[in-house]
Design a protein around this ligand. Sequence first.
Ligand SMILES: C[S@@+](CC[C@H](N)C(=O)[O-])C[C@H]1O[C@@H](n2cnc3c(N)ncnc32)[C@H](O)[C@@H]1O
Length: 208
Amino acid sequence: MVKNTVKVDELVRSGKLSPFSPIYLTCCRLGVKWLPYVNGCIYGPTPGITETLDVFLTCMEFDSMLDLFCGSGALSKLAYLRGVREIVAVDMYTESAVKNIGKISNIRVVRADALTFRDGCYDLLVADPPEKLIKTFIKNLSKISRMYKHVALVWLGPYSKVSRYRSFFTSKKNYKIIEVWGDAIMVTWKRNSKREVEKALASVQQYI
Ligand SMILES: C[S@@+](CC[C@H](N)C(=O)[O-])C[C@H]1O[C@@H](n2cnc3c(N)ncnc32)[C@H](O)[C@@H]1O
């Protein structure tokens, strides 16, 4: 059977990952020992989405979160550490997330296609798709907006390339695309959360 997971320590031992890289340091902090290894790509929590999520979790209160394309489950673990008590983590390859999340009963790992997953409505939604799926994901934003009550954070790839998605947003309201550590993150919100989101956004801007 093909294994879709690789040990973080093994990546460091073989020189594929520096022990000083932000991904490694984040993994250590969150107790993430396994990363997804899918079709020759290793995935993990990148600095931009991790930091943006952390600022929102610190500035706002959320009871529930949906983590689409959860990969290692690092973002779900971060949310759990910051007090979110109902978390659903979705990925096509769940081996790493299952191992990393272990017995944390507040996080439910679901093996499913995140492009079509439509189960429930959560306070916060975070989506970290692989680059090749970003376009497809944002084309369906109106359907996704039924799945969160307050805020959604979506990774849009490197900020230097974000202009290719601008046309998708021309008619959209209540959103901002921010740059955090070179990543483009789309922050979109429901009207009732505007004030709190503005405060959180001001904090993200202070950090970078
Ligand atoms: C950029 S990584 C996410 C990294 C994750 N945020 C973390 O902290 O480890 C993208 C993830 O999308 C998953 N994936 C790719 N296509 C998918 C699909 N259609 N549905 C669900 N997951 C998918 C991959 O298995 C991979 O784990």
